[in-house]
Design a protein around this ligand. Structure first.
Ligand code: BDR
Ligand code: CA
Length: 305
């Protein structure tokens, strides 16, 4: 089990995904931050707060504050100013120096033989790495939560992470990175509800009430908790820490960058006789297993250990 590098825009489901990796015992080389769910300063503040609360002992790095092209689109319309569901604010982390930049550190990681990347947000940082060191990018194995083989969530056709930076997605594909894409369809198979937040509140640990409040707010994104809420980034984390919990199939993957209605749509050609596969696309998820890993990750974080 090699060391993994995580890249994230640190919403609540990102936080849970990182907690799952930590609880699994998988070594994390670094966590780079990228603008997406929120503007970069808020993403960094939330990552620092989470690291301080939950005892994350790996370094954090600052990354891109906007996509390769065009203005940043955030999920503030769902998450509000705190970047966390339900308007919950994480307690401020102790003050510290500015974070170091991610690019030299990610290059060092790859130069030293690191191969595994887990990306939980827009692919801007990974694209910057591929532009800087195409030789290293070709050897990387990326699990990415993003894309939508069918119905989108940010637009009719596009998933949020892909919509924020479609050029980065295509650049990473073209760089020859080995991609395992965990898109919306398998994630929609893995849902949580308000009862899970209540169960988490009853777990031991000083941070159980905070995490239960965040999960409650997350569940309320779907019709104020009256409909099950899909897990996104945690399903990608599960593909890393429990590889047989997510099923993949090979296909040709591209990302639409120019469509008026389809910008950010991930276009998947399943017919191998039409185009050689260049990615593995998640087609199914083991929902009970991943829900258990998700709850275990948050229960572990609740202890602050
Ligand atoms: C993705 O968008 C973000 O809001 C979530 O953190 C997840 O990475 C789901 O579309
Ligand atoms: Ca995310």
């Amino acid at each position: 089990m090699g060391t993994v590098w995580i890249d994230s825009d640190m919403g609540f489901d990102d936080l849970a995904a990182v907690a799952m990796v930590v609880a699994s015992g998988r070594a994390v080389a670094g966590l780079s931050l990228v603008a997406g769910n929120s503007p970069l300063p808020r993403v960094i503040a939330n990552a620092r707060a989470a690291a301080a609360l939950f005892g994350w002992d790996f370094p954090l790095y600052g990354g891109a504050c906007r996509p390769l092209i065009g203005p940043l689109i955030t999920a503030d319309y769902v998450l509000g100013d705190t970047g966390m569901p339900g308007g919950t604010a994480l307690p401020d982390a102790p003050p510290g120096p500015d974070l170091p930049r991610m690019l030299p550190a990610l290059i060092r990681f790859a130069d030293n033989g690191g191969r595994d990347l887990l990306a939980l947000g827009p692919l801007t940082n990974i694209a910057a790495f591929a532009l800087a060191r195409p030789d290293l990018a070709r050897g990387m194995r990326l699990i990415w939560m993003g894309g939508a083989p069918g119905r989108g969530n940010h637009s009719a056709a596009a998933e949020f992470n892909a919509f924020v930076d479609p050029e980065a997605v295509q650049l990473v594909i073209d760089a020859g990175v080995t991609i395992r894409m965990v898109g919306l369809d398998p994630c929609r198979q893995v849902t949580v509800g308000l009862a899970d937040a209540q169960a988490l509140a009853a777990r031991p640990g000083p941070h159980a009430p905070l995490l239960a409040g965040l999960l409650d707010g997350y569940c309320r994104i779907a019709a104020d908790g009256q409909r099950p809420m899909a897990l996104y980034d945690p399903v990608a984390a599960a593909a890393l820490i429990a590889p047989d919990s997510v099923t993949f199939a090979p296909a040709r993957l591209d990302c639409e960058t120019t469509g008026r209605l389809t910008r950010g749509m991930t276009v998947i050609e399943w017919r191998a006789h039409k185009a050689a596969p260049n990615a593995q696309i998640a087609t199914a998820a083991d929902a009970p297993r991943i829900r258990a890993l998700f709850m275990a990750g948050l229960a572990h974080a609740a202890t602050g250990a």
